[in-house]
Write a protein that binds this ligand. Structure first.
Ligand SMILES: C[S@@+](CC[C@H](N)C(=O)[O-])C[C@H]1O[C@@H](n2cnc3c(N)ncnc32)[C@H](O)[C@@H]1O
Length: 417
């Protein structure tokens, strides 16, 4: 149970919130200026995913399906080399194309916590490095602090929603010294530091004291609730974030787009098939049938703050009195957009700026339930997730047992990894 829960946790949270130094909150005027400047920058840049750069970087990242029929279909459909090793649906990832527009607006308005050439960017969840390679192209002089176990996800905290295809060990990197490759390729040790280990062990007070400075940018791509909570808790506890820090979530919409399935659905499925469906963006007919998904199926969805990264974000806002403001991505309704330009409130990830710390908490998610339901029905990435991923509520002993059994399979090397 995170320390945010329970009376003792509340008292500690309050004490910490008062301890956070008084970097001044961002003013309403600067937040309004930021919104307009991001819109203008975004308008000058690209249409969402019209630019192939990020897609190219993704090759070599995730696995191609092992199911040979799906693999053949996928290779043909996407015109990729049949010897390519991996793929992930671009629409899920291309929200990061928004990041330069936002970062440059923050810098232009001098809202960033550290106004120096080598700003500190903290990345939680590296896997083989696709996102950090992309960021390095965009931000050649930033200092990158990279955190990952490199042996995949830990198990989700018991009692939390479980994404059935994000098991302990998923995203295991089989490569030898990944830290060495990343440091070499991304500009050398003066600009890069890689911390290997599970966050609950690696993110210590001593590590915090050795960090170069407050984060200009925090990229949370560690998928599950407990990991996002531990990463954010460390940053706030050790004052590595300040007003002006940009906080990004890759899996912001993942849980709320993935249907909640009945626990018994897990009895009938082959997890390899499920992983393939997730990677390829299309479930096999057999898997759909095993999961009980029919053409007129009406999925039931978790609420935005029920699980995953959004739940961690919500709890951290409360624990440290954070005023988060949505600046781009899927944390506010897209609205009408600015004429010929696409709205910056689009894409699968969510981008927040910290406007203040130690005051009244504000999670900053600006979509109503109705707007979220409309978004689920219309957004191409969300629809992909709805079709290919699923979540089970871990409040049922049977589900716990099944997830544990699947985790055990993974540990023995028989499952996804
Ligand atoms: C989806 S992958 C990251 C993808 C990467 N950003 C990219 O663009 O390819 C998630 C990563 O988070 C790491 N991770 C998740 N929870 C973690 C934890 N508690 N401690 C260490 N690493 C963790 C996993 O090992 C995995 O490599």
């Amino acid at each position: 149970m995170p320390a945010s829960q329970g009376a003792v946790g509340d008292v500690l949270a309050l004490a910490r919130a008062w301890r956070v130094p008084a970097a001044s909150p961002l003013s309403p005027g600067s937040l309004a200026a930021l919104d307009s400047l991001i819109a203008a920058n975004w308008c000058k840049t690209v249409d969402l995913c019209g630019n192939a750069t990020y897609g190219k970087v993704m090759f070599g990242s995730l696995m191609l399906p092992r199911n040979s029929t799906l693999r053949r279909a996928f290779v043909q459909e996407h015109h990729i080399a049949s010897n390519a090793t991996s793929w992930v649906p671009d629409s899920l990832r291309c929200w990061r194309l928004l990041v330069p527009a936002v970062v440059h607006a923050i810098e232009e308005l001098r809202l960033s916590p550290a106004r120096r050439r080598h700003q500190s960017y903290y990345h939680f969840g590296i896997f083989q490095g696709a996102s950090v390679y992309y960021y390095r192209e965009q931000f050649p002089s930033a200092k990158f602090l990279m955190f990952d176990s490199f042996i995949g996800l830990p198990a989700e905290q018991p009692g939390e929603l479980q994404r059935a295809t994000w098991l302990k060990g998923t995203f295991l990197v089989r490569e030898g010294d990944i830290a060495e490759r990343l440091v070499r390729d991304l500009g050398g040790p003066s600009l890069n530091r890689v911390e290997r280990g599970f966050f609950n062990e690696s993110l210590t007070a001593a590590l915090a004291a050795s960090m170069p400075g407050p984060a200009a940018l925090v990229d949370v791509d560690s998928d599950i609730y407990i990991s996002a909570f531990q990463a954010l808790d460390w940053l706030f506890q050790f004052e590595l974030v300040q007003p002006g820090t940009l906080v990004l979530y890759d899996d912001w919409m993942d849980y709320t787009c993935a249907p909640l399935l009945s626990p018994s659905a897990l009895d009938n499925i082959d997890m390899r098939d499920a992983m393939d469906g997730m990677n390829v963006g299309r479930m096999s007919r057999g898997l759909r049938a095993a999961l009980g998904i029919t053409n007129n199926w009406q999925p039931r969805f978790p609420k935005i703050f029920d699980g995953g990264e959004p739940k961690a974000h919500f709890e951290i806002a409360k624990k440290y009195g954070v005023d988060f403001r949505c600046v781009a991505g899927s944390c506010a309704p897209a609205g009408q957009g600015g004429g010929r330009c696409p709205s910056q409130y689009n894409g699968f990830g969510a981008l927040f700026i910290i406007a203040g710390i130690g005051g009244t908490p504000n999670h900053g998610f600006a979509m109503s339930e109705t707007q979220l339901a409309a978004w689920r029905a219309s957004d191409v990435s969300c629809r992909t997730v709805t079709r290919t991923r699923f979540t089970v509520a871990d409040d049922d002993r049977k589900v716990n047992r099944r997830v544990q059994r699947l985790n055990a399979m993974v540990e023995k090397g028989r499952g996804p990894g």
